[in-house]
Design a protein. Structure first.
Lengths: 199, 363
């Protein structure tokens, strides 16, 4: 139906997460129309991300060159480590501007169905960090779903003998939301994770 | 709660079709077997639950020669208009939308649109194995409280994760396997206890409603007994520990709500083995009516009721009793023959080989 290069582009775009056949077609025809330098910038960005992006040797966040931006920032508190499943979760936590510690990226969660056990995650590296650095608190910031909760529980049990403080983020209500409109599950979890009110 | 319009594209035998049922009363879909009348109900059911109540695989839903089926419906929920859309491709991910937002959890759908289905397969509730009755209880739990969906899906997922881990272990409990198995076991215990308790409480609420419906349908007053039997004794945590050696060897999870049973008796007799076909049919209908009754109590307005070919096996007296027992609300009903005299439809739609004729379809 289309020329071979156009069909190849549609096929590649269609492989991207969240892109259906219709969107892939629309994007391909858009790229066909844009100025050559715009299309070139896109291909260069893709090449650069594959060639120049590495994983930080300390926290396994994405990095360019050696240490990631978080680990290289000397103003951050190295005694606090927030454990996340994915580098994207760092972006989410950073947006809150509430956290000034460092991170550790597991690159997944326990998931035997997909063949992911502790050995497939950066768990051993976390233990090594705890052994050396002056870390006093580990915040388990895995997703509040079944696999994320299982991973948090596994890590809590593993780290407990090391004598560091271990905390888990509370899964609560969206701020600015109305209790009335919160779904029952979220509200239930928020009640479970309740704290004393400072007075 | 009422479906006001349904659009089908390349779904089952329909190329393009529009179905507009009566918004408040009873709509009868009439047509010979194979005409596609049940597919209309199946389409409504799919939009609300993202699965076929006939248990059909995806390939069966897409019209031969097409690469995807598209379904769209408008539902009136307490005066608000709810839009449902689904794209079911032969391969690749299914896309479902609720009010133009991608559906992330089925519970959101269950919360937005409530529905009960009666089908000829319901006889399996009485005649079939324990899993049919467990599924019935879980479905009733979700219809009563959409948040129960998370409980049901979590248990299913814990079991699948645990089975995968047991397979990888290959019967050997290394320290690494033990550390992760402990974690999945604790999730199993937590979810399992919660689900068993929820089912027990549900069974207690269902019992009087089942008895009431059964007495009217069967025309006799013989008490129906519902008993929920757990697959373990004492607390689940202890039972899981005791079952671990067996589980490791057999690579399955031996105790939990997935092994529980709902025992149903008529008088002193077990209904599965010691009841007539007629008694079993009345009992199956009674179970469905009771679950629907509970869902009606929990919701601000009655759920949409889908009755697939339920009158064909009922004598006139039972048909009449069933019609009388139906709570008010929208009913969509299929039949191959003329509906029984007790049924007075507000709208009749004739279905013939993938086409809708009559007051419900557009030319
Ligand atoms: Zn780093």
């Amino acid at each position: 139906m289309y020329t071979a290069p156009l069909q190849a582009l549609i096929d590649e775009l269609g492989r991207l997460p969240g892109v259906g056949p219709k969107s892939a077609q629309r994007m391909a025809f858009h790229l066909l129309k844009v100025a050559p330098e715009d299309a070139l910038r896109l291909t260069e960005a893709i090449t650069a991300v594959k060639e120049r992006t590495t994983l930080c040797p300390v926290c396994f966040n994405v990095a360019e060159g050696d240490l990631c931006d978080m680990c290289a920032d000397t103003r951050r508190d190295p005694s606090l480590v927030c454990v996340v499943e994915d580098p994207r979760d760092i972006v989410a936590v950073e947006k809150t501007q509430e956290f000034r510690g460092c991170y550790h990226v597991l690159h997944g969660a326990l998931n035997p169905i997909e063949g992911i056990g502790p050995d497939q995650l950066r768990v051993r590296e976390l233990l090594t960090r705890l052994d050396g650095d002056a870390i006093t608190e580990v915040i388990l910031c895995t997703n509040p779903n079944l696999e994320g909760e299982a991973t948090a529980m596994y890590l809590a049990r593993l780290l407990r003998p090391l004598g560091v403080r271990i905390t888990r983020i509370a899964s609560g209500l969206p701020v600015g939301g109305d209790l009335e409109y919160a779904d029952e599950l979220t509200l239930g979890r928020a009640l479970e994770g309740r704290r004393d009110v400072e007075a | 709660m009422a479906v006001t319009a349904l659009w089908l594209t390349d779904f089952r035998c329909f190329t393009e079709a529009v179905f507009e049922p009566d918004p408040a009363g009873l709509t009868v879909l009439r047509g010979p077997n194979g005409s596609g009348k049940t597919s209309i109900l199946e389409a409504v059911g799919w939009l609300v639950t993202m699965r076929s109540f006939r248990g059909a695989p995806r390939e069966a839903l897409v019209r031969t020669g097409a690469d995807r089926a598209i379904l769209r419906a408008e539902v009136d929920a307490a005066g608000r208009r709810v839009q449902l859309e689904a794209e079911i491709p032969l391969t690749g991910p299914v896309r479902a939308q609720l009010n133009r937002q991608v559906v992330r959890r089925r519970a959101d759908l269950a919360e937005a649109v409530r529905m009960t289905v009666f089908s000829p397969d319901d006889l399996q509730l009485v005649q079939g194995g324990p899993s049919a009755r467990r599924d019935f209880l879980d479905e009733a739990l979700v219809n009563r409280h959409p948040r129960n969906e998370a409980l049901v899906t979590d248990l299913d997922r814990v079991l699948r994760q645990r089975t995968a881990l047991l397979r990888q272990a290959g019967g050997r409990l290394t320290p690494e396997v033990e550390a992760t198995l402990d974690v999945w076991d604790s999730r199993l215990v937590r979810t399992g206890e919660q689900l068993a308790e929820a089912r027990e409480e549900l069974v207690t609420s269902l019992a009087p409603l089942v008895n009431e419906a059964y007495e009217r349908l069967a025309g006799v007053s013989e008490p129906v007994g519902l008993g929920y039997r757990r697959s373990w004794e004492g607390d689940l945590a202890g039972a899981v520990v005791r079952a671990r050696p067996d589980d490791l060897r057999r690579q399955v999870t031996g105790v939990g709500p997935h092994r529980d049973e709902l025992e149903i008796t008529i008088g002193p007799r077990p209904s599965r083995t010691h009841a007539s076909q007629g008694e079993q049919r009345s009992l199956a209908l009674g179970l469905r009516l009771a679950a629907h009754g509970l869902a009606c109590q929990a919701a601000p307005e009655p759920p949409v009721l889908l009755l697939d070919d339920v009158f064909s096996e009922l004598d006139p007296a039972r048909s009449e009793a069933l019609v009388e027992l139906l709570p008010p609300g929208q009913v969509l009903l299929t039949t191959a023959t003329a509906p029984p005299p007790a049924v007075s439809p507000d709208r009749v739609v004739e279905v013939a080989s993938g086409r809708l004729l009559g007051t419900g379809g557009r030319p």
